[in-house]
Structures are given as structure tokens and as C-alpha cells.
Write a protein that binds this ligand. Structure first.
Ligand SMILES: [Fe+2]
Length: 327
């Protein structure tokens, strides 16, 4: 079986083509970006409208396939930005009708988790999903994918990008902060905000901005301290989710999962508790459509399809709203 997946929850318009034998035939993405960063929903949607045809063609060309070779069309149904989700949904519905191909809408967050099973030996991991808009700890428990902890305000990626913008580093700021942090020598104390299993970054951002504006601290030390603080918060909550669920595998997902220090801290935590830490190639960490195609395949194998009249996008869909048929 060959599935063509479409991703459009935020800045990325992606098309992935994957087989049920876990072979990725294409994973093409085109990313809306601005010089200063930040997503203007209508502009991101316009970007997707402009590029969707080209990205679909490129993916089919790379896979050396025609639309008639595709057995299933999957798409990110939610959660995400309504404006951009609609474009992916529209493209998916059009291909489905045009080629008379079954359609399936999938949950973007669960796709970040299930791609771990395609790329690694992970069987039942806890996912630390750290991206621009999302920061969640997700695991399968009691018949559903549950959110064990999440941010109470913004996502960690947006937090890092905002601070990078404050420092004049441009967008995307995460990789630049990661590089500067490596040159940091002194830890500057910042607020550490873990509430139960949840995290919050707004107060830390305000505090870090004040420290930056005071001129007393170097950018290197601030970046180093920022990363040490917020990643420790995430790793603490993740470790507790692993202890609570008794799971022995950790998977990283989301754009911030590409950060070298976050990866290192997760590896240390897992080693200390005798758990396995799975880190994917960057192309599968960031928003991508290969993961959408793969989740489409495993859901479809249990007989799930999405009728056209039920294929409207769900910007506020929650991970635990999804009925899990494939476990
Ligand atoms: Fe994502």
C-alpha cells in the first residue's frame, strides 16, 4: 500500500509518500517564513495555496509515481491554524475525488509519535513533543493517547524564537540560540516553572528579556542559562511521565527536538533510568508529511476512512479526542 500524506497545520506545506513497508518514497516540504518570524495565518495560507500544486508534483516525481499509483490520501485534520489546515484539507479532498482514492484525516500530534515506530524500534514510547506552537508530553495509556503535561502558555519553540528576536538574531532563532549556548560559561539564575506536570515560559521570557536589557550579561551566558533552565523543566516532567506510566522508551519530536542540548539532556535522563532514548533524523522531527502518510497507513489498516462530509478540519482537536483503533 502507498499513501500520500499532506501536512499543513502551520508554516509547513508538506507532501510525503510512504509505503506500508516503512519506505519513505518522498518527503517534500515548503516552509512559509518571514524575516522576523511569527506566522500571519492568512499569509501562511496564501503561501500554501501558491505552493501546494508544485509540492504535490515534486513528491510524485521523486517517488516516480502517478496519482493512479496512490492507494490512500491522508492529511493533517488538526490541531493547527484553521487557515492553513483548510488548504491541506482542500488539496487532500481534491486528490481523493480526482483519483477516486480513499481519504483519511489524522491527528498531527499523534503522527509525531507514530513516526517513531516507522523510523526506530520504539514500540510504546513517551513522546516529548517540543515545537514552535506545541509543547506536550504524550503517551498511550488506558486506550487513548493522553497528554501527561503541556505548556500553560506558548510553545517552547516560539519562546526561543521570541528571545532570539529580542537579541536581534532573526528567525528561526532556535539553532542560533543552540550555537550561542555552547559558548556560555556562567549559569545565570532564571525562574524555573513546572506546575504539576505542566510548564510555562511567559514569566521566564519576561525575566530573560529584563536581564538582556540590563546589559550585565553576555548573550552566550543568557542563551546557555535559558536552555539549561527550560530544557531541565521539560526533562523533569517527561521523566515523571515515564515513571508514572512505567514506560521505558522516550521519543523526541517537533522542531525543538533538533536541539543538541535537549537531545543530550534526554539521553542522560534515559541512561540514568535504564530507558531507551530515540532521536529521529531532523526531517522527521520537524513538521513533515511522511509522518502524516505513515499514520494514515496504520489507521487505514484497521479499516478507518474519513467520509468527505466528515473531512472538515479540526483546529482545536485534542490528542485524547481520538479513538485509537490501531493499538
Ligand atoms: Fe508539529
Amino acid at each position: 500500500m502507498i499513501c500520500l500524506g499532506i501536512e499543513s497545520t502551520a508554516h509547513t506545506f508538506g507532501v510525503g509518500i510512504v509505503t506500508d513497508k516503512k519506505k519513505v518514497l518522498a518527503n517534500v516540504r515548503d516552509v512559509y517564513t518571514t524575516e522576523t518570524g511569527g506566522i500571519v495565518p492568512a499569509q501562511a495560507a496564501e503561501h500554501h495555496v501558491e505552493c501546494f500544486d508544485r509540492v504535490i508534483r515534486q513528491a510524485l516525481d521523486e517517488a516516480k509515481l502517478k496519482l493512479s499509483d496512490i492507494d490512500l490520501i491522508s492529511f493533517s485534520q488538526g490541531p493547527g491554524i484553521g487557515h492553513t489546515l483548510k488548504i491541506g484539507g482542500l488539496a487532500a479532498r481534491s486528490l481523493s475525488v480526482l483519483g477516486n482514492i480513499p481519504l483519511i484525516g489524522v491527528n498531527h500530534c499523534i503522527a509525531h509519535l507514530e513516526i517513531g515506530g516507522m523510523c526506530t524500534k520504539a514500540k510504546d514510547p513517551v513522546l516529548l513533543y517540543a515545537s514552535g506552537a506545541n509543547t506536550q508530553i504524550i503517551a498511550y495509556d488506558g486506550g487513548k493517547y493522553r497528554i501527561f503535561g503541556e505548556t500553560l502558555d506558548g510553545g517552547i519553540g516560539n519562546f526561543l524564537d521570541t528571545f532570539a528576536r529580542e537579541m536581534g538574531l532573526g528567525f528561526p532563532g532556535g539553532p542560533k540560540i543552540d550555537a550561542l549556548a555552547k559558548k556560555g560559561k556562567e549559569y545565570i539564575e532564571l525562574p524555573y516553572v513546572v506546575k504539576g506536570m505542566d510548564t510555562s515560559f511567559g514569566g521566564i521570557l519576561t525575566n530573560a528579556k529584563q536581564k538582556l536589557q540590563s546589559g550585565k550579561y553576555s548573550q552566550e551566558d543568557l542563551c546557555y542559562s535559558l536552555q539549561e533552565t527550560v530544557f531541565a523543566m521539560l526533562v523533569e516532567a517527561t521523566e515523571r511521565a515515564m515513571a508514572h506510566t512505567g514506560k521505558t522508551e522516550l521519543l523526541l519530536g517537533g522542531g525543538v527536538a533538533c536541539n543538541s542540548r535537549l537531545q543530550e539532556m534526554c539521553k542522560i535522563m534515559c541512561k540514568e533510568r535504564g530507558a531507551e532514548c530515540y532521536i529521529l533524523e531532523n526531517q522527521f522531527n520537524v513538521d513533515n508529511a511522511a509522518m502524516i502518510a505513515w499514520l494514515g497507513i496504520i489507521m487505514h489498516k484497521t479499516g478507518v476512512t474519513t467520509a468527505l462530509e466528515e473531512s472538515d478540519v479540526r483546529p482545536y482537536e485534542r490528542t485524547d479526542d481520538i479513538e485509537v483503533t490501531w493499538k
